[in-house]
Write a protein that binds this ligand. Structure first.
Ligand SMILES: [Zn+2]
Length: 244
């Protein structure tokens, strides 16, 4: 996953259903903060760092999720935290859940620190709809994750990589690929999403499935190569899922 996200980015925007993007955020934070996952992004890890992040109890992550609209006092923890200088190499994340509810006053107050955070600090804005974010937030962040379920065509395509029946229907995939034009950006999004939601326990060869997704993330197709790439990915995951 980290292959797709610039680890040095200090403002990330994640778009999708709440639970899905929280899960994505947790995975991303673990990739950045856990020493094991830094070496092997997306790997299963049971260390104390990962565990604390999963439980929203990590001291390196400040989750901000007001019950209603954001008030200035809700974002005060950011300013309390950044008074302290982080050790070299240390990271601290602020995660704004329902960032589309940030008020103009809050966004303005955050502007400068989001633009130029002190060393090691970074921001994640989680929202269900990119268009609902304030322009000041939109322009500060890099969109790193967008649920494919928000685009019906990609959601349909994703099923060929997750649904056990569709994963055995190469003819169906062929038809879809013939009838739809799928861009490289969409292909990237699809693989990104797949890496987030894949359930390796459903695979007869989980190590092969993991390796396939790793390869997919590292070897994105060139222009015009999306269809070929998606057929390859389909066959490779099919083999990993159904063949001993
Ligand atoms: Zn870990």
């Amino acid at each position: 996953m980290s292959n797709l996200i610039n680890a040095a980015a200090t403002a990330l925007i994640c778009i999708g259903p709440r639970d899905e993007i929280i899960e994505f955020a947790i995975g991303h934070l673990q990739d950045i903060m856990c020493p094991h996952r830094q070496a092997q992004p997306g790997s299963a890890c049971r260390c104390a760092v990962c565990h604390a992040i999963t439980l929203h109890q990590s001291s390196a992550v400040t989750w901000i999720e007001p019950a209603n609209d954001y008030l200035l006092e809700d974002i005060e923890p950011v300013f309390n935290a950044i008074r302290y200088q982080l050790d070299e190499g240390a990271r601290h994340a602020f995660v704004f859940v329902n960032a589309h509810l940030l008020s103009v006053a809050c966004a303005n107050r955050l502007l400068k620190v989001v633009e130029e955070p002190p060393r090691g600090y970074f921001f994640m804005f989680l929202a269900n709809d990119y268009a609902a974010l304030l322009p000041t937030i939109q322009s500060r962040g890099t969109v790193t994750y967008q649920s494919v379920h928000q685009t019906p065509m990609l959601g349909g395509l994703l099923a060929y990589f997750t649904d056990p029946e569709k994963q055995q229907d190469p003819a169906g995939l062929d038809t879809l690929l013939r009838n739809e034009t799928i861009s490289l950006a969409e292909t990237r999004l699809l693989v990104h999403q797949l890496a987030t939601i894949i359930d390796y326990t459903q695979y007869r060869q989980p190590a092969l499935a993991r390796q396939t997704l790793d390869t997919a993330q590292r070897n994105f197709p060139q222009a015009g190569g999306a269809q070929h790439f998606l057929r390859w990915l389909f066959m490779a995951l099919h083999a990993a899922r159904f063949i001993e």
